[in-house]
Design a protein around this ligand. Structure first.
Ligand SMILES: *Cc1c(COP(=O)(O)O)cnc(C)c1O
Length: 452
């Protein structure tokens, strides 16, 4: 059969409360036209983020009941260890409460505390914002080295998350002493969830070896990345996703993982460091802020849910459906004349807001206009990724529709497509915004807007 269906049935449901455009206009006014300020109960389809918003399986919920809440050495911890070791081949494993906790500890271990990173640089294909913030907090500079294909929104290429090897080589050649370690983000969130090929990963490894640098993966979406490799990289179709995942991790000296993505849990993270001495340092730091090394800021039940999630995410029927559901939305929007970032990545569709409403200048936040339009028309919550979020650094005005894992059915996605296409027909009526109130930093979370 050609039709790819959701490879699960629903055992427990959560009602969605329907609202009318009139109600939503009022909610928008009350929220200062900032979707982060809208109560989730007033959202029909929530595509704000795919982080921690997925549905757990019946096995994960059963694990929650089995969770061992002992302070030290809980049996849930040992089950978590066994699964992560099998997944990655690494032995030195710490649980953390989420990805950024792993990043904070890694940065302190590899760079130091205070402003120890002054004058140093950490290259990555593209840093996720919390990774960048943690690196910059140490005084170091976070450098993005995507290929030019990777930064072009419509260039069709199979691995747009790849590191630009020539740029990395130049940087290592000129500044080797200033580079404490190299990172690679799989899939690359910052340019739309684009995958990195094994060939690229191997080449980055070889460069790191040549210059004596360790390589850490930011592996939040390791399974989605492995599925793309299996589908797109020559010679990989015959391998299982778990073999590919293992091969990816074997090329690294460690990894930070936000389990809120491919861990299929609502909260959790992992830090992996092969080197024993560095790992001991990380253990000491973990105790300062996260808790004891066998629970890392989580409850035993969270460790249990992660252990099950990290196994379930390797299910190829699940990954086929997951990636297909994003592509399906992308294809329908493209066919309806909506310009999007191509090809679709693993977890979201990005609408080109400048193309969607060309009459709204960049200074009046076209992405905010589209995001508020989708909410008013259909109760869909999306996320502006453009000048509101990135300020001067924005390379594109876009609206991200991030899809939570195993949460929405195809008819929900069809509804989203219908709303986007309906908004497109009256996009000329959308108005831009001005900011009337904003904090010092990270303004997208709390700023208030007013329609022009
Ligand atoms: C979500 C994410 C993180 C941070 O993880 P949190 O669990 O949100 O702290 C880091 N890197 C990437 C690529 C991510 O997507």
């Amino acid at each position: 059969m050609k039709t790819i269906i959701e490879p699960f049935r629903i055992k427990s449901v959560e009602p969605i409360r329907m609202t009318t455009p009139r109600q939503r206009r009022q909610y928008l006014r009350q929220a200062g036209y900032n979707l982060f300020r809208i109560p989730a109960a007033h959202v029909i389809i929530d595509l704000l983020t795919d982080s921690g918003t997925g549905a757990m399986s019946s096995e994960q919920w059963a694990g929650v009941m089995r969770g061992d809440e002992s302070y030290a050495g809980a049996s849930s911890y040992y089950r978590f260890l066994e699964v992560v070791e099998q997944l990655t081949g690494m032995r030195n494993i710490l649980p953390t409460h989420q990805g950024r906790a792993s990043e904070r500890i890694l940065v302190e271990v590899m760079i130091g505390s205070g402003q120890a990173g002054r004058g140093r640089l950490v290259p990555n294909n593209a840093h996720f914002d919390t990774t960048r913030a943690n690196i910059e907090h140490s005084g170091a500079e976070a450098v993005d080295l995507l290929t030019s294909q990777g930064t072009s929104p419509t260039h069709l290429a199979p691995f747009k998350g790849n590191m630009d090897l020539a740029k990395l080589e130049t940087l290592l050649d000129e500044r080797a002493d200033d580079v404490p370690f190299v990172m690679l983000t799989i899939t690359c969130n910052s340019n739309g969830g684009q995958p990195v090929s094994l060939e690229n990963l191997q080449a980055v490894r070889a460069l790191c070896d040549r210059y004596g640098k360790s390589l850490f993966l930011d592996a939040a979406r390791f399974a989605e990345n492995a599925w793309f490799i299996k589908q797109r990289e020559p010679g990989r179709a015959g391998q299982s996703v778990s073999q590919i995942v293992r091969e990816m991790f074997e090329l690294a000296d460690g990894a930070t993982i936000s389990a809120k993505k491919d861990g299929l849990v609502n909260i959790g993270g992992v830090l992996l460091i092969r080197d024993d001495a560095l790992f001991r340092k990380a253990c000491d730091l973990l105790i300062l802020t996260e808790g004891f090394v066998t629970y890392g800021g989580l409850a035993g039940r969270d460790l249990e849910a992660m252990a099950v999630g990290f196994r379930e995410v390797l299910d190829e029927d699940y990954l086929r459906y997951r990636i297909r559901s994003i592509q399906y939305m992308g294809e329908k929007l493209l066919a309806g004349g909506v310009s999007i970032v191509q090809p679709p990545g693993g977890h979201a569709i990005y609408i080109d807001a400048t193309d969607f409403c060309p009459h709204i200048p960049k200074m009046q936040f076209p992405g905010q206009a589209v995001a508020c339009g989708l909410y008013e028309l259909g109760g869909i919550r999306s996320c502006e990724i453009g000048s509101v979020m990135m300020g001067e650094l924005a390379v594109m005005e876009s609206v991200r529709l991030a899809v939570p894992r195993r949460t929405y059915t195809q008819s929900h996605i069809d509804y989203v497509i219908e709303v986007v296409l309906a908004l497109k027909t009256k996009a000329h009526k959308l108005r831009g915004f001005r900011i009337i109130e904003q904090p010092q930093a990270l303004r997208h979370f709390t700023a208030r807007f007013e329609p022009m």
